[in-house]
Structure formats: C-alpha cells, structure tokens
Design a protein around this ligand. Structure first.
Ligand code: IMO
Ligand code: MG
Length: 426
C-alpha cells in the first residue's frame, strides 16, 4: 500500500493542513486530488500562520514533491497570488522545484468567479453560500466538456479559445446594468497569470505518481473540503462540486483503490459549517458564541463566522463508513476546555424509529438526541503526554472509540505545530 489519504469528516475546516504538515515528513509526495482555491488549509510555522488554498500542505518540505492533481480545478490568478504570498512568508521555499501540476487539472477562468457571484446573488438561483471562487462553474463546464485544462496552455489556439469563452461569458454577465470589472482588465490579468504558471512543471501526474509508487515511494493524498460537502454523498445542494471522499482520491489522482493504505479522518470535537444548509443541533446561543470566539471559528478563506454544532455521531459514522476511515484525528478538544459539560448527538429520532447513521440529509422532523458528558478543564495546549490529559477528556475519547468503532489515534491540543499527541499505535 503506497498511498495514504487524509480527509475531512465534517463540513471542512477540521485542521487538515496542520496534520498533513506534521506527517508529511514521512512521505515522498503529497497530492491534492479535489477542489481548488475554495480550500483554506492553515499551517503555523515559527509563530506565523499561512493559509494554503490550491497548494498541497507538503510544500514547506524540501524533500517532499507536491502534486496538484487531475481532479482539482486551478485558478491561475489565485495560484500566482498564493505563490507570491508563500515567498513573502518564507523566502527559502522554492515551489518551482517541489511542485508539479497535472496537465489534466481544469482551469478556473475569471468569468467563472464572476458567474459564481452572479448565481449566489441572483434570486432566481438557490443560494449555496459558496466561497465565490468559481468552483462550481469550472467543474460544471468540465462536465459539459466545454472547459480548458492546464495542458491546453501549450496549444497554439489556447489564447483564441480563452478569448472566445471570456467574451461569451462576459456578454451573458453584462446583461442589465451590473457593475463588472472591465473585460480587458480580467483578460490581461489572466494571461499574465498563465505566463507565471509556465515556470512550474506541468505533466501527466498519473504517470508520475504510479511510477513513484513502483519505486517504493509513499504518497499522501490531501483531501479538501469534507465528506458532508461531497457532491454525491454530502448534504446536496449545500455541497461543493467535487468528490471529497477516499474514492475521489483514486479518480482525482489516477491511483488504483488497491494502492490505498491508511485513511486518516480528521474531525473536530464539535462541528462547524460555513454556508447554507440544514444543521441540526445548531448552537444559536451563547455556548455557540463562546466556542466560535475561543476556537476562532471564522472562515480562513472568506472570514465568515462559522456555525457551531455539537459533535454529531450519526454524521460522523456516515463519513467514516463511506470513506473507510482507519484512524481518527481529533482536533480542537482544547477549545471546549472549561465547559461544565459537553454534549454529543448520539442518534436521531424519527416518527418510525431511530437512526444512528445519517445518509447525508435528514428528514425535516428528525429530532437529535443529545448525551451530556462531563466537561474537562485546564490548559490542554500545555499537556505534553497522554497521561497528562484530564480524566474527563480521556473518557470522552474512549466514548468516541466505542461509538465510532475506529480508534482516535491523534489528539491535537492546540494550533501550534508541536501541539499534537499520538494516542495509541495502530
Ligand atoms: P477546506 O478544505 C469549509 C463550502 C462553502 C459552501 C460550499 C460550496 O478548508 O476544509 P464552493 O465555493 O466550494 O462552491 O462552496 O462548500 N466550502 C467549505 N467549507 N471548508 C472548505 O475547505 C470549504 N470549501 C467549500 O462554504 O458551503
Ligand atoms: Mg479551511
């Protein structure tokens, strides 16, 4: 088994970046297989924090190759800004050397972004609460077979094809008296970003990855978004437009499911969500506010306040099931420290019985059943070993192990790089 996968089990923002940054040392390659600039994977280094969008979280490791895979969508303008930001963060990083981009990754065009905003704001469409990065527009044009890919940059008619699409989309967007950036401006900016991308290696990443595996190299596939945002298995229509699950890593990278080993599922000790969609057990009260403030639960990508919910076991069981999770990494239990009691939704009651696993969406009349567990206190971030954890937190962890049937193998104790405890060897 040469490929392990890290993915989110909730609605995103589980702390995937930090965990990947920590374990990527043990891998030769980290690879992004889905999504694009809608992701916000935060990493702390030397007390400074950076949020990666399209770049894999192994980018800081000189000896790790990083792949932007086929299942992703790449926005050249956003990519250029991200690389410039990365250089400002740490001058010694040389992504020209340790990053490769799939020629089959789809391009996000400037009009995709404008169309995303248009659809979100127009009452004739369902408002999803997107990150406004043009994600759905790029993926839908991919499915329509009307889009261009990274590999097309080299083709002789690339410029004329792009101009055709931008002008066509712009004509649609300009109907009425909407205020838009000028077409000349977005076109110029886009082609400048395309020139910038040419500094990076673009290739058939399927061949690159499979060849690496035959040489015994290990790959870490990095999921963006999360199970409940999956286009098929999430809470449709309030989802993203890509395959966020373990199977998505296979298609998104061109790596056989037979090559997959460990599947690390990341979950917070409570749930958060940005954007629209049902969220049973949502905490509208001061408890929710306290968790939001302490946990700094504001979108790393959009700055929006995240909605807060108690840990939802039926949703977690579902995410674990569809992904085949082998290990759970629990984050942000430190944020709940100091609360007298911590609630967990164990199951839902319906008119005709109870459900212990929810399949993405719930019937409207489902009633969450909460179990209160004793809260823990103290400075969890300062705890250096498992023995030093409060008994109540240990009890919470063992409750999760029993309820979920998959071991929690790591506990993140704070935002810092070193603030993570390995709980048991699997
Ligand atoms: P990471 O990888 C949290 C959400 C948006 C919206 C829905 C669709 O950092 O966990 P999109 O822009 O993808 O069309 O928006 O998906 N969303 C995320 N929420 N974390 C993310 O990424 C997200 N990426 C998309 O808020 O509800
Ligand atoms: Mg995020």
């Amino acid at each position: 088994m040469n490929m392990d996968i890290v993915l989110g089990l909730q609605w995103g923002d589980e702390g995937k970046g930090k965990f990947i940054d920590l374990i990527s040392e043990g891998y030769d390659i980290t690879a992004r297989f889905n999504g694009g600039a809608n992701a916000g994977h935060s990493i702390e280094r030397d007390g400074k924090r950076i949020t990666l969008k399209s770049l894999p979280s192994g980018i800081f490791m000189k000896n790790v190759q990083n792949v932007i895979g086929t299942g992703t969508v790449l926005d050249p303008v956003s990519f250029r800004n991200e690389i410039l930001n990365l250089h400002r963060f740490d001058e010694s990083i040389e992504p020209e050397k340790n990053l490769v981009i799939s020629k089959k990754a789809h391009l996000v065009l400037p009009t995709h972004r404008l169309l995303d905003v248009f659809m979100e704001e127009n009452p004739e469409y369902t408002t999803i609460g997107t990150t406004k990065n043009g994600i759905a527009q790029a993926y839908s044009n991919k499915i329509l077979r009307q889009n261009l890919r990274v590999g097309d940059i080299e083709s002789r008619d690339f410029e004329s094809r792009i101009l055709h699409i931008l002008q066509r989309d712009y004509r649609f967007l300009a109907i009425g008296d909407r205020i838009l950036p000028s077409l000349d401006e977005i076109t110029r900016d886009f082609f400048e970003a395309i020139d910038f991308i040419k500094k990076f290696r673009r290739m058939e990443t399927e061949i690159f990855l499979n060849k690496a595996m035959t040489e015994g190299k290990k790959i870490l596939a990095e999921g963006s978004q999360a199970a409940m945002l999956d286009i098929d298995h999430g809470t449709y229509p309030y989802v993203t437009s890509s395959s966020t699950t373990a199977a998505g890593a296979s298609t998104g990278l061109g790596v056989s499911p037979r090559k997959i080993g460990e599947i690390f599922g990341i979950a917070k000790a409570y749930f958060t969500r940005v954007g629209n969609g049902a969220f049973p057990t949502e905490l509208f009260d001061e408890v929710g506010e306290e968790i939001r403030d302490k946990g700094n639960e504001f979108g790393s990508n959009t700055g929006r306040p995240r909605r807060i919910v108690w840990l939802d076991l039926p949703a977690l069981r579902y995410a674990i099931m569809i992904n085949g999770v082998t290990q759970i990494i629990l984050t942000k239990a430190d944020i709940l420290s100091g609360m007298e009691s911590v609630a967990v939704c164990t199951h839902y009651e319906l008119e005709d019985g109870t459900v212990e696993t929810i399949a993405g969406t719930l019937p409207d009349n489902a009633r969450p059943v909460l179990k209160a567990l004793k809260g823990w206190s103290g400075d969890i971030a300062a705890v250096k070993d498992v023995a030093g954890l409060p008994e109540e937190l240990k009890a919470f962890l063992s409750f999760l192990n029993t309820e979920l049937g998959v071991p929690v193998t790591y506990l993140s104790t704070g935002p810092g790089r070193e603030q993570i405890l390995k709980l048991n060897s699997k």
